[in-house]
Ligand binder design. Structure first.
Ligand code: HEM
Length: 486
């Protein structure tokens, strides 16, 4: 045996870490391309956005091979975009088992925030959660959404009046609309952000989100294991926000003397907790995920809707004509231009660009050719499947609502077909299909309807047209210039 001087240990550790980061593990499939590990840092280093990264590094290999090796979240993963592979991923849940942050990075601030919930759980636990929340998310009263859109309009008009400018920063405003919608429709309380500029729960949420979605800690959650003071504080703040939210929901529902008749997703969660089918942590984890998925995804989608309506203003006029006199959601479902426009936006900018939260439970093959070892994280690229020549033709980079069809029946059928054949995976598909799709689409239809009736808007000439640098996908720091219609 020979002694290695202590001095060399840090060097060995660094070399080992670099080796783990720079190259995929040796047992990863060799017949698919490797995306350079540094692509994650390009938005931070060079100010480019996630679609620049996609165009430069992912588009061609994904189009050609349908799957690539990619470094993300402190590990190497496999990212898939080919419909056949996606369909296998979505169907064979026993092999590609859901494994969310609570398993992948249990030591992280992000995992402390989201916990073990209906989106990330697997097997019997997932079924228990899904049973509790399905009814409330599928059957809901859309009246609060109409009401909130009116409050949203009032807020816009007030901002324009007070600021002496009709140029508005849209992200915080849309977030307020999305938060009030999900809290009213699914959680059974009013977040109240549209009525007050300084709602304490909202301020708390904004504060912790900055900590959770820090690009460095998202790429290297491993550092959350270290006693870094800001991260230690982050854990405490996340916990206090979760408790505050659940207390608010419980207080509002319990003081509601008709609690037993309420059908919110949160009422069913509380009932499952009262029957001891869920423990307190599971109750919190699922309440919080309804809040997170229920406001962040529609927020991204709505931001993109506003953007595309500004970029192609002819659709503001066409949709305005279509929605004239309509005040009920069921009639909005029948409008071809409105619905094909929405589907095209969801294809063009899928709010969740890529999702990596499945882990192989055994060595297996993706298709007949890609051999994957046990314990590997496999995810899917929504942008990759909806921007792909094989799936969408040579014009997939063009924004063309008419690609969905002319008649409303064929438009909805084409949307269903694209989902069933995994050519569009913006809402996942199969058994684990998004439970909030109906709610989100209702919210989007109502918001567009009310907005085009009362405003015209356009992009400022000096606004930089780019998308978010990483994570959820939508126009970055969207600003719009509004004009009220008479
Ligand atoms: C435009 C808006 C939305 C988009 C694009 C979207 C997208 C998705 C996607 C891609 C998944 C699968 C995630 C995965 O693979 O792990 C999912 C699952 C889910 N979403 Fe949504 N979502 C949206 C809105 C909502 C809303 C408003 C809710 C309401 C709370 C919601 C609740 C859920 C739930 C509960 C699941 C888990 C389903 C399961 O695994 O059983 N989503 N969503």
């Amino acid at each position: 045996m020979f002694d290695i001087p202590l001095l060399y240990y840090p060097v060995f550790i660094l070399v080992y870490l670099a080796y783990k980061v720079v190259f995929p593990p040796l047992n990863f499939p060799r017949n698919i391309p490797t995306i350079p590990f540094y692509v994650n840092f390009l938005p931070i280093l060079f100010g480019i956005d996630q679609l620049d990264v996609f165009r430069l590094y992912l588009a061609e290999p994904l189009e050609r091979y349908g799957a690539v090796k990619i470094f993300f979240g402190s590990r190497w993963n496999i990212l898939v975009s080919k419909p056949e592979y996606l369909s296998q991923l979505f169907k064979d849940e026993n092999t590609f088992a859901k494994s969310g942050n609570q398993k992948k990075i249990p030591y992280s601030v992000l995992a402390a925030y989201t916990g073990d919930n209906v989106i990330s759980a697997h097997g019997a636990i997932w079924r228990k959660y899904r049973n509790a929340v399905t009814n409330g998310l599928q059957h809901f009263d859309d009246a609060p959404i109409w009401e909130n859109t009116k409050l949203f309009r009032k807020l816009l008009s007030k901002k324009i009046e007070n600021g002496n400018s009709n140029r508005l920063s849209m992200v915080p405003l849309i977030q307020r609309l999305a938060l009030d919608n999900i809290s009213n429709v699914a959680l059974g309380f009013d977040f109240g952000t549209l009525k007050s500029d300084n709602c304490p729960l909202h301020q708390h949420l904004l504060h912790i989100k900055k900590k959770i979605f820090h690009p460095f800690f998202l790429t290297f959650p491993f550092f959350d294991r270290l006693p870094i003071p800001s991260r230690v504080k982050g854990f405490k703040e996340v916990e206090s926000f979760r408790r505050e939210l659940v207390r608010k929901v419980q207080d509002d529902l319990i003081t509601n003397f008709k609690f037993e008749q309420t059908t919110f997703a949160s009422s069913d969660l509380i009932r499952a907790y009262n029957r001891e089918e869920l423990n307190y942590k599971q109750l919190c984890d699922n309440m919080i995920i309804i809040l997170i998925a229920g406001h962040e995804n529609p927020q991204m989608a709505l931001t993109s809707m506003f953007y595309f309506l500004a970029k192609y203003p002819e659709f503001q006029e066409l949709i305005r004509e279509e929605v004239k006199g309509i005040t009920e959601s069921k009639y909005l479902l029948e409008l071809p231009i409105l619905n094909s426009f929405i589907y095209e936006v969801l294809r063009y900018y899928p709010p969740l660009n890529s999702i990596i939260n499945r882990c192989t439970t055994r060595a297996c093959r993706l298709g007949s050719e890609i051999a994957i070892p046990k314990g590997v994280y496999v995810g899917y690229s929504n942008y990759g499947s909806s921007h792909n020549t094989k799936n969408w033709g040579e014009d997939h980079m063009e924004f063309k609502p008419e690609r969905w069809g002319k008649e409303i029946e064929s438009i909805h059928n084409n949307w269903k077909y694209a989902k069933n054949s995994c050519k569009i995976t913006s809402f996942h598909g199969g058994r684990r299909v998004c439970l909030g799709e109906k709610l989100a689409l209702t919210e989007i239809r109502i918001t567009i309807t009310e907005m085009v009736k009362h405003y015209k808007w356009k992009l400022p000439n000096d606004w930089q047209d780019r998308v978010t640098p990483a994570g959820p996908l939508s126009p970055w720091a969207l600003e719009l210039i509004f004009e009220e219609r008479n």
